[in-house]
Write a protein that binds this ligand. Structure first.
Ligand code: DX5
Ligand code: ZN
Length: 242
């Protein structure tokens, strides 16, 4: 049974890292039609993680294509230096890592000053306990369920007890704070994450990499979550009637 999340709709955040960049606008619009709640934008600099992706120009291009919030996951060494650029491009929220940030409180305040939502991210090897001092200052916590840097990796089942601990901490310290998972989320792992207490799921490969297309990927995920007893059905219905 999920830890206090039974009657809360689960939100889906398709990650464009797995999209076909030649058809990015089209694919994001399809994800929106199929009930996506926000679009997850993975920014990598080749330093913080061993991969590079793209910068604010992609956010700028997507802004007129979708009405969904664009959440920017910054896997970069100096996130503070890029907030303005991404905010101007149309970002709605920022996810910043606990790891490698000597002044996380200041970083969070900078995002707040821009009137954007902010979340803190912890890697698989980082304990839940580090969140204790920042929970009051964030709108969401993102628990990485793979090591950051690449899409299409296997969900780390060893993160499940930690997800439960984070849910307990949120209920105790800041009910209403979202708990998001990122990495290896598919029809099998999504129900496990939700049962552990997550209420937002990032999904790259299982949405944009589905062989039958974005609608089929969204539908499969929605069905799995619904089957597990959570009322995330709107997306699937929209897909069926599309
Ligand atoms: C990994 C990224 C994820 C990634 C998820 O570093 O933060 O958002 O795109 O991709 P999948 O769903 O394929 O694991
Ligand atoms: Zn991500």
């Amino acid at each position: 049974m999920s830890a206090g999340m039974n009657n809360t709709a689960v939100k889906l955040a398709p990650s464009i890292l797995a999209a076909d960049f030649a058809r990015l606008g089209e694919q994001v619009a399809e994800a929106e039609r199929c009930g996506a709640d926000r679009i997850h934008v993975d920014v990598m600099d080749g330093h913080f993680v061993p991969n590079i992706s793209f910068g604010a120009v992609v956010v700028e291009s997507l802004r007129p294509v979708t009405r969904l919030p664009l959440e920017v996951h910054l896997m970069i060494t100096d996130p503070d230096a890029f907030f303005d650029e991404f905010a101007t491009a149309g970002a709605d929220s920022f996810l910043v890592h606990w790891e490698g940030n000597n002044n996380l409180h200041r970083t969070l305040q900078r995002v707040r000053a821009l009137k954007k939502r902010v979340g803190v991210v912890i890697n698989p090897a980082t304990p839940a306990a580090v969140l204790e001092e920042v929970l009051q200052d964030v709108d969401l916590v993102l628990v990485m369920t793979v090591n950051p840097g690449f899409g299409h990796q296997h969900f780390l089942h060893t993160t499940l007890p930690k997800i439960r601990r984070v849910r307990e901490m949120i209920e105790r310290v800041k009910p209403g704070c979202e708990l998001e998972l990122d990495g290896g989320i598919d029809a099998t792992t999504a129900p496990l994450g939700v049962a552990a207490g997550a209420n937002v799921l990032v999904a790259g490969t299982s949405v944009f990499g589905d062989r039958k297309g974005v609608a089929a990927g969204m539908e499969r995920l929605c069905a799995a979550i619904k089957q597990a007893g959570n009322p995330k059905t709107i997306g699937a219905q929209q897909c069926n009637s599309a």
